[in-house]
Write a protein that binds this ligand. Structure first.
Ligand SMILES: Cc1cc2nc3c(=O)[nH]c(=O)nc-3n(C[C@H](O)[C@H](O)[C@H](O)COP(=O)(O)OP(=O)(O)OC[C@H]3O[C@@H](n4cnc5c(N)ncnc54)[C@H](O)[C@@H]3O)c2cc1C
Ligand code: FES
Length: 280
């Protein structure tokens, strides 16, 4: 009998970890081995379905970090350890990770954009000889919105990590101090200002051998890409990942289309040569 691609399978929530007031990381029982950057369609029967990036995976589990913004994600927010989510996928094209070997990799992630690249960062953390240099730039609205604080601390032991916030919120102003990797104090963010303000001062000694990943809201991706182009990075050495409204995830419904491009099938990860036309 032909496989029904719309049929989800049941996955138990093994752990639920709070990131912010509205973002939670769910560790789900699952033995799939996705490509870094792919997404799943996540559903609750009778409520609905939505696309969510795979933020990490390992032996017998998959992780997703989900922001409560509406009907389905509110339903997911109500669930707890030992409850079940329904999944289908993985879908889409991920990051060409092997192309980054022996290169200077720069990841610029805005807000929940850090979720789809977390598995890429963890891969290079576990295999530290594979890159020549690694910079991680991460921007959030306020200190309250910072995701993966303990991971950022861990990554800062091995790589250059900068976390910036657009603005501080008053009761958290004391957190706006520089991180000290030696003492491993969780004191993000280190800067105040848009993520684009971090790019002019970046050390990029190996221009031809530098690869850039940008993930975040479309306006952030557009301006961040332009800053890297200004620094001399070639368009073909930049990748972005899109979060479009989707329904089927399978190239059937057209919800995700930008002009003639099906983001669910051809993306969500695109080289900037193609993405530049989708961002305007
Ligand atoms: C490839 C892909 C990967 C994604 N990965 C993640 C992830 O890792 N974590 C995460 O929290 N979210 C992710 N999203 C976004 C997530 O799919 C939406 O937040 C979700 O569909 C909202 O559904 P809802 O029923 O809860 O909200 P709704 O009730 O449908 O909408 C609530 C509000 O969110 C807006 N909205 C809905 N969908 C989107 C969207 N795709 N982009 C921008 N605004 C939207 C609506 O306009 C409305 O204002 C991803 C989306 C895509 C396409
Ligand atoms: S989500 Fe249905 S065609 Fe892309």
């Amino acid at each position: 009998m032909a496989k029904n691609n719309y049929l989800p399978f049941r996955a138990k929530i093994l752990e639920k970890l709070k990131q912010t007031e509205i973002d939670w990381t769910y560790r789900l029982e699952c033995s799939l081995k996705p490509v870094f950057g792919q997404f799943m369609e996540v559903s609750i029967p009778g409520v609905g379905e939505c696309p969510i990036s795979i933020s990490d995976y390992g032996d017998g589990y998959m992780e997703m970090t989900i922001r409560n913004v509406g009907k389905v994600t509110e339903g997911i927010d109500q669930l707890d350890k030992d409850d079940f989510l329904y999944l289908r996928g993985p879908y889409g094209h991920g990051f060409p990770v092997e192309d980054f070997y022996n290169k200077h990799l720069i990841i610029a992630a805005g807000g929940t954009g850090l979720a789809p690249v977390k598995s890429v960062i963890n891969y290079f953390y576990a295999n530290q000889g594979l890159l020549k240099e690694f910079d991680i730039l991460s921007g959030f609205k306020t200190p309250r919105d910072i995701l993966f604080k303990s991971d950022l601390d861990k990554w800062a032991q091995a790589f250059k990590v900068e976390v910036t916030v657009d603005k501080t919120d008053e009761d958290n102003i004391e957190t706006a101090v520089a991180v000290n990797p030696q003492t491993n104090t969780s004191s993000w963010p280190s800067k105040i200002g848009l993520i684009t303000t971090l790019i002019p001062d970046l050390q990029i000694p190996l221009l031809e051998d530098t690869r850039v990943i940008i993930v975040g809201p479309p306006v952030m991706m557009k301006h961040t890409a332009h800053e890297f182009l200004r620094r001399g990075i070639a368009k073909e050495n930049i990748w972005v990942s899109f979060e479009r409204k989707m329904s089927c995830g399978l190239g059937k419904c057209g919800h995700c289309k930008i002009d003639e491009t099906y983001v669910c099938l051809e993306g969500p990860v695109f080289n900037f040569i193609q993405a530049q036309n989708l961002l305007d």
